[in-house]
Design a protein around this ligand. Structure first.
Ligand SMILES: Cc1cc2nc3c(=O)[nH]c(=O)nc-3n(C[C@H](O)[C@H](O)[C@H](O)COP(=O)(O)OP(=O)(O)OC[C@H]3O[C@@H](n4cnc5c(N)ncnc54)[C@H](O)[C@@H]3O)c2cc1C
Length: 381
């Protein structure tokens, strides 16, 4: 079983860590519960820390070619008043790589297309794990068993691997839902690579170009967890965000209904440990975060590079996964906690409190000069 690593999940974490394991001479096998590799159509912001990790993976040029470089990001009120601006082109000069807006499917495709030795087995839903002195054995719903030297749980927020390792670590509901859409749309923001996030009362809208004529947007609003089944039409969504100025209504309007999805937002409180024996968690399985800082996939990419570095340097898999945990846990905790807090502030609903919040944000020293912000996007692996 020497050098055979089992990876559970073919999302961003699973594909990225397989690629990094190949680079250091391991033979990864990915097991994905779906019947085919997902081509999720949504979009992502990959901040400087993620493009730094992608550079370490040798993928930066290809990522730049398949995405839109973001030059500036602004935070506004729903009526369009500027609260803060982040000159992302200046940050790129400082950190060495750009922030980009990218289709998820482009990122998935680039990662998957670089795998040479990795076998990807679809239709493999992990249901159990067993460990012996020599190996770890994964059991799948289809009746198959597979053994390896190490097992990486890259199976997302609802991780079956995490539930086996650390049962009863419950998800935490944020109090809001997110609608996401992608659409063909061209304006001065898409052409110049400008993103914005607008804050209303208990609602937010975000706009991220992914090319000169393609945009990814999200709209969040406060909701109750037990309203899980509530769906609204595009027209109701436009109505719900009617106080937001253009291009918000226009961009929702031009999005096809099939390209709009809704999700209740969860994370979980930081775990004490991410591994046991020969099993380790990465990505959302280890540290799912609310999407407020746009850092979940960015951290998954960082994790993949660091886990491979630790395996390359460690004497055995046990030392390697412990070194990985030590390297990564504080960083993930910082981001999960900051993102949770950001969500609480951004989703405030009381109109008086929102006015005070906006005044404070507007008069705060620039966000990008803030030490915490620099720690998040300026992080080097
Ligand atoms: C609204 C929203 C906006 C976001 N925006 C951003 C952003 O702008 N930037 C950013 O960096 N991040 C963002 N994120 C976070 C990002 O989407 C996640 O952090 C990232 O997709 C996590 O990747 P992953 O591979 O760890 O997990 P996943 O993408 O969830 O992949 C897990 C994989 O494991 C498979 N799987 C699950 N269970 C099993 C099993 N039992 N057996 C086998 N396979 C299994 C699943 O089918 C899936 O393919 C956002 C998230 C949300 C919800």
């Amino acid at each position: 079983m020497k050098n055979r690593i089992l990876i559970i999940g073919a999302g961003i974490s699973g594909l990225a860590c397989a690629l990094m394991f190949e680079k250091i001479g391991y033979t990864p096998v990915i097991f994905e519960k779906s019947d085919c590799l997902r081509h999720d159509g949504g979009g992502l912001t990959l901040w400087n820390n993620a493009t730094d990790a992608l550079q370490a993976m040798g993928l930066l040029e290809e990522i730049y070619e398949s995405s839109k470089i973001i030059c500036e990001s602004s935070l506004t009120t729903s009526s369009g008043k500027i609260l803060a601006k982040i000159p992302l082109d200046e940050l790129a000069t400082k950190y060495g790589t750009y922030t980009v807006g990218i289709l998820r499917s482009n990122l998935h495709h680039i990662l998957a297309s670089k795998l040479n030795q990795t076998e990807i087995k679809t239709g493999y839903n992990l249901v159990n794990l067993k460990e012996t002195n020599e190996e770890v054995i994964a059991h799948f719903e289809n009746g198959h068993e597979e053994a390896g030297e190490l097992l990486v749980g890259a199976d997302g927020i609802y991780s079956a691997v995490r539930n086996k390792l650390f049962p009863n670590h419950d998800l935490r509901f944020s109090g809001y839902e997110a609608w996401r859409g992608i659409s063909s749309y061209t304006n001065q923001y898409t052409k110049s690579g400008f993103t914005f996030e607008s804050w209303g009362n208990g609602k937010r809208f975000g706009f991220i170009p992914m090319s000169d004529s393609l945009v990814y947007w999200f709209a969040t609003r406060n909701t109750l967890e037990n309203l899980k089944e509530s769906q609204i039409s595009k027209e109701q969504l436009i109505y719900s965000f009617r106080e937001f100025v253009q291009p918000v209504p226009a961009v929702i309007e031009v999005t096809k209904g099939k390209d709009i999805t809704r999700k209740l937002i969860y994370d979980f409180k930081p775990l004490q440990n991410w591994s046991k024996g020969r099993v380790v968690l990465i990505g959302d399985a280890a540290h799912a975060t609310t999407p407020n800082l746009g850092q979940g996939a960015c951290m998954a990419l960082e994790d993949s590079v660091v886990l491979a570095q630790c395996l390359e340097q460690g004497k055995n898999p046990f030392d390697a996964v412990k070194a990985f945990e030590e390297n990564r846990k504080d960083r993930a905790k910082l981001i999960v906690n900051k993102s949770w807090m950001y969500g609480k502030i951004a989703q405030m609903e009381n109109s008086l409190l929102c006015k005070v919040r906006n005044l404070i944000v507007k008069n705060c020293p620039s966000i990008y000069k803030n030490n915490n912000f620099n720690k998040i996007v300026g992080h080097k692996i």
